[in-house]
Ligand binder design. Structure first.
Ligand code: ZN
Ligand code: ZN
Length: 137
């Protein structure tokens, strides 16, 4: 379901972010396109609406979002960062053929935590690489 402008403004305020046109547009894109987009993908989609947009302002917006817990930054490969609006713990599978990034749920016992007795875990990143079902057919 599409979120209203008011909903998005409230959502940003709840995360201590002052709503601005670009912040709302970037949030809207992330909510409506669950593709773990790159900055380039966000830029290409928003430039028509906001001709004054720069990639730097998207980077800055996403840095702020990440700092405030609105997005998670995924470093699935060295040269390309992706952004995930779903900040709940889940794993990612990247298809090496079509480049699509799939979400999958994690079960609590995936990591053998005995080895980390006494450690405090702040985030889990499970990244798998291979060929997706579609490309494998
Ligand atoms: Zn694929
Ligand atoms: Zn994800």
């Amino acid at each position: 379901m599409k979120k209203s402008n008011e909903w998005m403004m409230d959502y940003l305020r709840e995360h201590n972010i002052k709503p601005s046109t670009i912040r709302i547009k970037v949030l809207e894109f992330l909510l409506n396109n669950r593709i773990h987009p790159t900055v380039d993908e966000i830029y290409k989609s928003l430039i028509e609406d906001i001709p004054t947009l720069s990639k730097t302002s998207i980077y800055n917006t996403l840095d702020l979002f990440s700092e405030k817990g609105v997005v998670k930054i995924l470093a699935l490969c060295e040269k390309e960062l992706r952004y995930d609006i779903d900040t709940n713990s889940h794993g990612h599978f990247k298809c090496e053929k079509c480049g699509k990034v799939y979400d999958f749920p994690l079960e609590g016992n995936l990591i053998i935590k005995d080895e980390l007795e006494g450690f405090k875990i702040n985030s889990e990143n499970i990244h798998l690489y291979g060929i997706c079902k579609k490309c494998n057919e």
